[in-house]
Design a protein around this ligand. Sequence first.
Ligand code: C2E
Ligand code: MG
Ligand code: MG
Ligand code: MG
Length: 286
Amino acid sequence: EAKAGGRNRAVVYEEHMNELLQLQHTIEGELREALQRDDQLSVAFQPLIDQHTRKVIGAEALARWNHPKYGNISPARFIPVAENTGLIEALGEFVLRRACALGAKAPGRTIAVNISPTQLRNPRFSIQVFDILRETGMRPLDLELEITESILLDDEHTSAQNLRTFRAAGIHIALDDFGTGYSSLSYLKRYPVDRIKIDRSFVMQLADGHVSVAITQAIVTLAHAMDIEVTAEGVETEPQATILGRLGCNTLQGFLFSGGVAEDRITAIFADKANAPERRRRIKAA
Ligand code: C2E
Ligand code: MG
Ligand code: MG
Ligand code: MG
């Protein structure tokens, strides 16, 4: 009986795997088509908030896919497929181009763009970035590329070279989703970054007396000692924002302030007098 149960489970598992593979295949085909058109893919921009002044100092570009039949498909679903099929190259270029077009119209604002490991491993990637900056007229200093720690883990020579090229040109590098994997500040000696972004899963747990307050404090202190700025992502409540401010986080991002918005909306937010830029202080190492 146990054996029969096992076999059934195996059959169910296989059917489930087939369904998953089928779904991946469908997404791949649909995404390939969406990339040839101009009416399904778009880029949303989520405001980045200065913790001290609460002004909007920039925005993170986030890929959006509105499918005529399936509606909005989450990046959590289609980015991994894009990464596994090579479509991330075209998708990444699309997002970068839109982000830099906005950045060119908003000098002094930081525009952050998520970069997949596949893109960074491409030796031609830095050339592509510089071409897009030149074509759009965006200043390299206003661009921030968000990478994930998996990039720091693999000892890819090309990735490291690309990162050095970007930093030499004044482009900022941010380490995204910090705290979710094997993040260690010791990598940051090998691959210097300008910012770390503390993951939402940490921010969610922040409450007076919780151990994550002490962990976040340690991360902020170490980061600042290394001349690295800290952003907290997924800030949803005022108490979270208050604690993060007390801990010295430089920038906040989350639904408390705004989700991702369309390009015309973020342009209006930038133009708002309340968000007029002021001179930002850089943190100096102690
Ligand atoms: P991420 O880079 O960590 O982006 C932050 C994600 O958290 C976004 O989800 C954003 O909408 C969401 N978020 C922001 N504030 C809050 C909040 O207060 N509460 C909650 N619950 N969520 C919040 P989104 O847009 O679904 O993107 C998911 C992930 O997909 C991104 O995580 C990023 O890793 C990836 N992604 C999105 N666009 C691109 C892209 O153009 N290229 C690449 N390579 N990856 C992308
Ligand atoms: Mg990001
Ligand atoms: Mg993130
Ligand atoms: Mg995240």
